[in-house]
Design a protein around this ligand. Structure first.
Ligand code: ZN
Length: 115
């Protein structure tokens, strides 16, 4: 496991404060890490490690069934939802509230094309 993958899991575990399953809400003792966009060679080649190993691409869960419920499948639209969350997170992390404002201005500018 790489340093970024360890960091990814540590941050996800912090979000699961008190070891609460992020899928079903039940407490767990020995949780497991579940990727939203699966950690498969195909997706790693398409989106890169930056997305696959990003902390928002996974959650700690209690069981295999909860693990399966976190996986968003192979839908490109579902992948874009995860990537959008990552983008918002990174803009805010990098520039704070101004980052979110900057991103929303970019989005609104694109949206203007449809008016
Ligand atoms: Zn669960």
């Amino acid at each position: 496991m790489t340093g970024i993958q360890i960091e990814q899991r540590e941050e996800a575990l912090q979000r699961a404060g008190g070891c609460i399953c992020q899928a079903c809400g039940k407490p767990f003792v020995a949780g497991q890490y579940a990727h939203k966009i699966a950690n498969k060679k195909l997706w790693r080649e398409k989106y890169g490690s930056w997305v696959i190993d990003h902390t928002l691409n996974g959650e700690y869960v209690c069981s295999l069934s909860c693990n399966a419920s976190v996986d968003v499948g192979s839908s490109y639209g579902n992948h874009l939802e995860v990537i959008a969350d990552i983008l918002f997170y990174e803009y805010e992390k990098t520039w704070g509230a101004m980052g979110l404002n900057k991103l929303s201005e970019k989005i609104l500018k694109e949206y203007e094309k449809y008016k």
